[in-house]
Ligand binder design. Structure first.
Ligand code: SF4
Ligand code: SF4
Length: 368
């Protein structure tokens, strides 16, 4: 499964599920917004996760399950069992890693066994990561993973399109992998790598119009097993969860219940269709503007907005509205989605020309 297909599915409601396996991480990146580190212990119970994933069926399943953290490969046995269980229902599995294991020579056996069960592997790389794990070691490990037959990509983070680091690392990846490995490039914002893959859009000034939230499409399993409507870091971390962003818990709910709640919520349908800023401006104009996600977190407490959502987006008409918006965004493709949610200047890198196949001879290491 290539990165472009994965990102292309991001606006499809319940087209994927994002599962955080642990908040633990052997690294201590200075920009880590999940507060991950070697001594942190918070993680969902393996049995609850396995039960939840085993509820996927051929007829009712996400297309893709994205495993993240913290560092998901600290639980390699769980990665493998979840990926196998998901595959039995037809769901493909992707994983994003901070690459702690690249510091050793060759893939450690448990990591190798886990990686073999994946359909896509993405390596995080940015300046704080490179202070923990050298770029050359990450490149070497990514090559080894690709030789196992797993599609690979990089998840890069920088300060914006003028960031010299991004210019350097993208050129280095291009040189070192012959233009065959795609990258997703994000900008550093108050949300960290656990948000993964794409970030909520920026603050929307009044009068800007509709700006749909594609991040409200995939349910997210948080570190405590709570299932949320999106990967916004405040939503992942803060309790209580605003009612419209709460979809259940892996210890109690199966995929079918979570999917039904996500697809059936009138408020979430409108967040996915027109975005939270538009809802606030249109139906609660007296409420002061906040950030894009700040606006969203308030929505369930604004009676005028809730009433408008019930009247406009309930029933079959609301489902059709949601489906139409998702199809439009899906049809615009992964590059357009990254332009909106990631670093626009590098959006084209989400689809590497070679699609991971037939690489030209690769050079070894960073800066080569
Ligand atoms: S940013 Fe990622 S790799 Fe770095 S400490 Fe946080 S979870 Fe670990
Ligand atoms: S808080 Fe709302 S707007 Fe922000 S990512 Fe979540 S669903 Fe989207």
């Amino acid at each position: 499964m290539e990165l472009a297909e994965l990102i292309g599915l991001r606006p499809v409601p319940a087209g994927g599920v994002l599962v955080t396996l642990t908040r633990r991480c052997p690294l201590r990146c200075s920009h880590c917004s999940t507060g991950s580190g070697p001594l942190v212990r918070e993680e969902p119970e393996a049995a609850a996760l396995e039960r939840f994933v085993s509820s996927f069926t051929a007829a009712d399943r996400p297309e893709v399950m994205m495993l993240t953290g913290g560092e998901p490969l600290l639980r390699p046995g769980l990665v493998a069992s979840l990926a196998r269980s998901a595959r039995a229902a037809g769901t493909r599995t992707a994983l994003v890693s901070g690459m702690f294991f690249a510091r050793s020579c060759g893939l450690p056996a448990p990591v190798r066994r886990a990686v073999r069960t994946l359909d896509h592997f993405s390596a995080s790389l940015d300046l704080p990561h490179e202070r923990e794990v050298p770029r050359a070691a990450v490149f070497r490990a990514v090559r080894e993973i690709r030789e196992l037959g797993v599609a690979v990509s990089f998840h890069l983070t920088g300060t914006g399109e003028d960031d010299a680091y991004l210019a350097d690392v993208t050129a280095d990846i291009d040189r070192s992998f012959g233009g065959t490995v795609p990258s997703l490039v994000n900008e550093v914002r108050p949300f960290g790598r656990a948000a993964s893959w794409a970030r909520p859009a920026r603050t929307v000034p009044d009068g800007e119009g509709a700006l749909p939230c594609a991040m409200a499409a995939w349910p997210v399993v948080a570190f405590d097993g709570t299932v949320l409507a999106c990967c916004n870091q405040d939503t992942v971390d803060r309790r209580p969860v605003p009612p419209h962003l709460l979809l259940g818990h892996v210890a109690e709910d199966d995929w079918s219940a979570v999917r039904a709640r996500s697809l059936g919520s009138p408020l979430l349908r409108l967040v996915r269709t027109v975005g939270p800023a538009h809802l606030r401006q249109r139906w609660s104009p007296g409420t002061p503007a906040g950030s894009y996600c700040g606006d969203c977190r308030l929505l369930a407490g604004l009676p005028e907005v809730v009433a408008a959502a019930d009247s406009l987006a309930s029933g079959a008409a609301g489902a059709l509205l949601d489906l139409t918006a998702a199809r439009r965004q899906h049809g615009q493709g992964p590059v357009a989605l990254v332009r909106r949610h990631g670093c626009a200047a590098y959006a084209g890198l989400v689809a590497a020309p070679g699609g991971g196949r037939d690489p030209r001879p690769a050079t070894e290491g960073a800066g080569s």
